[in-house]
Design a protein around this ligand. Structure first.
Ligand code: NAP
Ligand code: ZN
Length: 347
């Protein structure tokens, strides 16, 4: 076993605190890498608080992980010691269902294995995430990271990046489309960067008027404060797509009214409570509500390569792991600019 240092929540009400645990030995198909940086996703907070389902405790969160390879198994062919490596939200899947065969491991029909808060397919042991000093992952679920990249600002691409890239690609959002990004946090700011890069006309819909200047700096063409009724009415019926990244309960009907005829609202945000949607919000204008979950491994590599080629990284605040509680408190208030990343040297 590999003794590992991390930060864990012992229960769904406790704060994160130092915790030592064991990881499996490096198997023939495994890559072990020492973690340099790990992004802080709102999903980490949802999961340590059991917002979605009862979690597995102690829980070591973190699924935006980059580091350097320290050991590889005998059968590993794509990584060697010293390479940079990344892991996102998935560490395994069945590999043989229709979705896995189509590189959609995130929709594995047997259930993909989460990087933390899940049970390993083979060893049946809980998985532990990236708020830790080292990790062992099956080679197929390890991504290549460019040596030229700013590593800390690349970590958030592993979840916030792919979760916004994948739906924008799937719905072919680009030139000629009006895209609204709802919520300017970790996912939202990456959605703005990708939307602009793909050629769409991008509007940020935000509760925080203080984020307007930042939104423009990120490349957004327009900014609407959603608490200002006049501003919201002015964009009624104007968007082809709304990418909804909001982490808390909100009224879908208001945002559906902002779509054009045939428009689609794509949900990537994952509030803990269900939304209530009036049929009239959809039928007047043949509108759709859709969803999208992270992305497959092949598409995640494609996204990382696209970011490296186009100089796209996350806007981050680098933090000491001891400040994680404060980071979570700020995240709950929507005060994230625009992703906290833990410097794992502070562990
Ligand atoms: P985040 O950084 O906290 O950003 C969420 C943003 O939503 C906030 O910055 C805020 O933006 C807005 N917001 C928060 N509370 C709101 C409220 N009550 N009403 C309206 N707007 C509100 O979170 P994140 O890491 O981007 O994650 C966002 C959501 O996506 C989370 O639920 C997370 O679990 C989920 N997620 C889903 C996937 C997936 O596969 N689909 C992957 C990763 C994360 P403004 O200040 O601009 O209003
Ligand atoms: Zn995430």
């Amino acid at each position: 076993m590999i003794s590992t240092k991390g930060y864990a929540a012992q229960t769904n009400t406790s704060d994160l605190a130092p915790w030592n645990f064991d990881r499996r030995e490096v198997g023939a198909h495994d890559v072990q890498f020492d973690i340099l940086f790990c992004g802080v996703c709102h999903s980490d907070l949802h999961q340590i608080r059991d917002d979605w389902f009862p979690g597995i405790f102690p829980m070591v969160p973190g699924h935006e992980i980059v580091g350097r390879v320290v050991k590889v198994g005998d059968k590993v062919t794509r990584f060697k010691v010293g390479d940079l490596a990344g892991t996102g939200c998935l560490v395994d899947s069945c590999g043989h269902c229709d979705n896995c065969i189509e590189d959609l491991e995130q929709y594995c029909l047997e259930g993909g294995t989460g990087t933390y808060n899940a049970i390993g397919r083979e060893d049946k042991m809980p998985t532990y995430g990236g708020y830790s000093n080292t990790i062992v992952v099956k080679e197929e679920f390890v991504l290549h990271v460019s040596e030229k990249a700013d590593l800390a600002a690349t970590a958030p691409l592993l979840c916030a990046g792919i979760t916004t890239y994948s739906p924008l690609r799937h719905w072919k959002v680009g030139k000629g489309h009006k895209l609204a990004v709802l919520g300017l946090g970790g996912l939202g700011h990456m959605a703005v960067k990708f939307g602009v890069s793909f050629g769409a006309d991008v509007t940020v819909l935000s509760t925080s008027s203080a984020k307007e200047a930042d939104a423009k700096k990120l490349g957004a063409h327009h900014f609407v404060v959603t608490t200002d009724e006049a501003q919201v009415n002015a964009v009624c019926g104007t968007f082809d797509f709304i990418l909804d990244t909001v982490s808390a309960a909100h009224d879908f009907n208001i945002y559906l009214s902002l779509l054009k005829t045939n428009g689609t609202m794509i949900c990537v945000g994952a509030p803990s409570t269900p939304a209530s949607i009036s049929a009239f919000s959809l039928l007047g204008g043949r509108k759709s509500v859709a969803g999208s979950g992270i992305g497959g491994i092949k598409e995640t590599q494609e996204m990382l390569d696209y970011c490296a080629a186009n100089n796209i990284i996350s806007d981050i605040e680098l933090i000491d792991i001891k400040d994680i509680k404060n980071a979570y408190e700020r995240m709950l208030k929507g005060d994230v600019r625009y992703r906290f990343v833990i410097d794992m040297a502070t562990l």
